[in-house]
Design a protein around this ligand. Structure first.
Ligand SMILES: O=C(O)CCC(=O)C(=O)O
Ligand SMILES: [Fe+2]
Length: 313
């Protein structure tokens, strides 16, 4: 039986010891290389803050339909922020599985929009975003160290969210509503099989569970909720940049009649990190990557993402 994603304890990143940092970089790098996903523990983000985001995002999804409509992605000039209602988005590409029973609220980091009636949600998300941005700095430096490249490369090219730059980096709150007894779940998922299009994604899940990831040999294994942890996914841009050294892992959340978890609402939230749209992802020299000889050609972030977005909506 396949084992689950590795747990990486980041505590030693905060004590300012270079040897410990190098050791940690290798542990994190090897684990992300193996599966494209790790559980981060000892990450320093206040668990009470994470709970506040979950609690207030429940209030967000419980808003009256009329209010949600007002903040629908379709009704806002800025299409990067707002509600993606149930049924409008399909991350998967399997034509048999085109319905995902979920609703999302996206907040573009360069162009945020918050419902003005939920200041507690806005405060919690903004505090959490700041904390994740700090964690991102540590992770990006460790990943660069792990593959012996300039430690600021990921950081310097991950976008500054300036007014004149287009950048897809976003905070996303998700609710997968509970499924009534008489609902047919055939050909529906909570979240179809996909990989993220990001450099990396930080994912926070509640205790319900159901997330699975695909190993290199094609087996699906559970990425069960691990209390207090944050999931780190390698995304497509990191995979291309590192010639597949950090692989973008496929993940999904299925629905099945026998699965009791579908009788409960499931909540998660994620922080999806991109370089600016006009950044050219130029794959690193393969000798730096332990001879990973996969072929990738330089590509702009815009061209990578636009194709995905037009397919998903
Ligand atoms: O809700 C989850 O646990 C996963 C969500 C996800 O994979 C995504 O939105 O890209
Ligand atoms: Fe995902």
């Amino acid at each position: 039986m396949a084992i689950g994603p590795a747990q990486v304890d980041l505590s030693s990143a905060f004590i300012g010891d270079d040897n410990k940092l190098t050791e940690l970089a290798h542990v994190l790098g090897n684990s992300l290389h193996d599966l494209g996903i790790v559980y981060l523990v000892g990450h320093g983000i206040d668990l009470k803050l994470i709970d506040r985001v979950f609690d207030t995002s429940k209030e967000l999804f419980d808003l009256p339909a009329e209010t949600k409509k007002k903040y629908s992605k379709n009704n806002l000039l800025n299409h990067f922020s707002g509600f993606a209602e149930i049924g409008i988005e399909t991350l998967g590409t399997d034509p048999e599985n085109t319905f995902e029973l979920k609703e999302a609220f996206d907040i573009s980091i360069p162009r945020p929009v918050f419902p003005d009636i939920l200041p507690e949600f806005q405060n919690a998300v903004q505090e959490c975003t700041t904390a994740i941005e700090n964690l991102k700095e540590i992770i990006f430096k460790l990943l660069a160290k792990a593959i012996n490249i300039d430690e600021n490369i990921f950081l310097n090219n991950s976008g500054k969210y300036s007014d004149d730059a287009q950048n897809y980096t976003a905070f996303r709150a998700l609710r997968y509503p509970q499924v009534p007894e008489d609902y047919t779940v055939t050909n529906k998922t909570r979240c179809a099989e996909h990989y993220d299009w990001t450099i990396v994604t930080f994912l926070f899940q509640d205790s319900v569970g159901g997330l699975e990831v695909k190993t290199q040999d094609g087996t699906w294994i559970d990425a069960n909720p691990l209390p207090g942890s944050i999931i780190l996914f390698a995304g497509e841009i990191l995979e291309a940049w590192t010639r597949g050294y950090f692989p973008a892992v496929y993940h999904r959340i299925l629905l099945s009649e026998e699965d009791e978890r579908l009788r409960r609402d499931r909540y998660s939230f994620g922080y999806f990190i991109f370089p600016d749209d006009d950044f050219v992802v130029n794959p690193f020299d393969k000798t730096k990557l332990l001879q990973n000889d996969s072929t990738f050609t330089p590509v702009t972030v815009r061209s990578l993402i636009q194709g995905h977005v037009s397919q998903a909506y």
